[in-house]
Ligand binder design. Sequence first.
Ligand SMILES: Nc1ncnc2c1ncn2[C@@H]1O[C@H](COP(=O)(O)OP(=O)(O)OP(=O)(O)O)[C@@H](O)[C@H]1O
Length: 264
Amino acid sequence: MLEISNLIKRYGRDEPVLKGLDLTVEGNSVVAIVGASGAGKSTMLRCINRLVEPTSGSIKLNGTELVTLRHAELRRARRKIGMVFQGFNLIDRLTVMENVLAGRLGYVNLFQAITRRYPASDIERAFVLMERVGIAHYANKRADELSGGERQRVGVVRALMQEPEVLLADEPTASLDPRTSEQIMVLLQSLASELSLPVLINIHNVAQARTYTDRIVGLRHGTMIFDGAPSDFDKEALDAIYGGIEAPEDEPAPAAEEVSDGQP
Ligand SMILES: Nc1ncnc2c1ncn2[C@@H]1O[C@H](COP(=O)(O)OP(=O)(O)OP(=O)(O)O)[C@@H](O)[C@H]1O
């Protein structure tokens, strides 16, 4: 379980970007974080894995306070936080398998990491997960030979290799075509349920948030102004979050059952 309480983030002397957020997310819940550009979505995700230092507040992952951790303790806690990125963040010249195994870097020693000698159990787990998301046959291909959707599946598997207790996805579908992004959303939804993993997804596409998540959290200027079921995310909520700021992408998404996650 992820418990965020009174999270405040201020960059320098500017007005806070996050103004006292409270959010609790249980295992296997998929939560969309929506909001206009600059609302604080990325800052919130980055505070959770401490890529950004929270100014104050508390973030607990399964009871462990993350905000005060330092050095080795912080490194250990970060293993438990998987991250999926808009631009995939793969190493192009490495194979799919090598990219996937990079998810174990926090667990192996320096010698193993440098020589890329991962334990057999890691390689086995990599194959199981790659099979699950439909990329096992690409194991020895270079990452830059894959399509965007395939690359994002590599990104998802790499994050899962960490054996995370929470998965954070920062605009995971923004670089993908509509059909492929829907497949990635279905995949994240299925994995959350199969692995009992809470998943937080920053997303601009409101239609996809409505269709493929269990809960929508809406931010405006660093304040949570909506927290509810996708079915309750109506025009009023949309106006409150985006009104006067920008028009969100709101193409209708197909019914969830029409899109598979790419698995046979
Ligand atoms: N490193 C930084 N230093 C100073 N200000 C920052 C920094 N990172 C973000 N900000 C500011 O914090 C605010 C929130 O940014 P953030 O990236 O969290 O928003 P966002 O909702 O994720 O936006 P987008 O949808 O465009 O990614 C913005 O006003 C941004 O300019």
